[in-house]
Design a protein around this ligand. Sequence first.
Ligand code: SF4
Length: 560
Amino acid sequence: MLHANGPLLTVDVGERTATETSIEDLLADTVGGRATATALAHERIPFDADPFGPENRAYLSTGPLQQSRMSFTGRMNMTGLSPLTDGLVSTNAGGYLSRNFVDTAISVLELTGKSDEPLAVHVTDSGVEFEPVPELAGATVPETSDYMDEHHGLGPEHCIAIGPAGENLVRFASVMTFDSRAFGRGGLGAVLGSKNVKCVTFEGDAKEAVEVDIPSSPTTDVHREAAQSDDLMRRQGTTGSTEFINDNFSLPTRYFEDYEFENAAHIGGDAVEAKKYKKGACSACAYACKLPTRDEDRGVETEGPEFETVYSFGSLQGVGDIVDVMQANDLCDTLGMDTISAGVTVAAYLASEDEFGNAALAREITERIAHREGVGDVLAEGVARCHDDLGVDDYTVKGMEFAAHDGRVLHGQGLSYAVANRGADHMYAGMLGLEYSGELDPEGTLGKAETLVTMENHNVFRDTGIICAFGSDYVTEDRLEALFDADYTTLLDIGARTVERERHFNNRRGLDRDDDRLPYEIPDFEDALTEYYDARGWNYDGTVADRAAIAVDSSVPSAD
Ligand code: SF4
């Protein structure tokens, strides 16, 4: 089976040491990306770790396809213990980092320990250097990457960086790359902040040392089809679906008071396309669905917003002006915050103040959150921890704020939000696509568990390979089999073991059925939960049945 090559590089930023460990057997078992990082995290982060403690570990990992020239492969995975959900999270970002990472000839970077001063870590193909950067304390993401460019000739495509939000331990701080691409969900930016790691750069010329043999046939076909596609998404990114989703009553509005937004057309795909001034892409991707936008009148320039930001800083806040949403998007990227969790948290604040539609106030609050100023200090904890103070309902699962795609209408998606180890994130299983298309009836939860399990397992493998979520029509099951030289069921098994490792880790931190909850009712929920656990072979209480089932393989090196 095709898999990534190269050692695990462990960087202890407290001790300022770098150690390489061979993980050849582990990569042969788990391929790379999310599956490999989750296996490492499960074994090497103590079950009782403090997310902000030096014992927490953050993993940045590649799959084998990051060495290909195929579209949809300009992606990287990050995994760690989340300060937002208190469980394991994996998150995925595009941009141009993946090829520079591969050039350093490692497969996984592991960051552990805690530096006593702001630090830049430089990973090269010939070693690791540590650079104290006290002058970057409080710097924004672009200021940090500009500094790296000026002092080291390494542009934002070589960097991961955090902004003030990460430094200030905002629980939904993101790790940014290429200034505008986010490892967004779950607050791993705050984990880097707790370690005093301001940025990590990657530079090298050693990819031959980790070369993999990728079959040319599906690669060429996928690339050609991506380049020739006339999908609306190539012009409007994910925002092209805004009005369709609104028409399906799945665009949460004014902090979940409503299901549709009267101004959806003003913030949807056509509005975004009108502001787009050039094509945008990730490395090697001919599909090029990204959205560099600008508004000259107000001097706003950003990349996006994507649909989820149109929801979180648009409909959910009652804001119907696309330039306001662009501005909020830029603010979150610059300060280093997940646009979904930040937007939902700001919407909760606007609800508490009866200020829906006040975009200027939303921007002010967003800044305050990143700097933990005034009420921003409370909001920086996220909705689950601050909703009582605000006097609003808690629209989260396991502490993570909801993506759009309303589970009150799409019941299979609602079930997916409830059981996802990562919390209320739409990318964990993606039942929404089946329910929007009518392939699955959106009404009801019973009988959907098997499909949900398959979707979760598939998405793990997608994040393991690593393939962009938007490439699923092109990188089909038979092409996955050809690319990885394995049956599709073998690939799904890697997904299943990974979901189980996440679940087992979370169980050991006290999460179980009582945490697989929604803040609203959907039909037959308790029976559907039981169906899901049965389909997974788990206990009635949502715990993993058999420790042996997740087999601490001898291939995972212990941290001791
Ligand atoms: S489809 Fe879009 S998001 Fe995915 S890799 Fe290509 S450009 Fe990046």
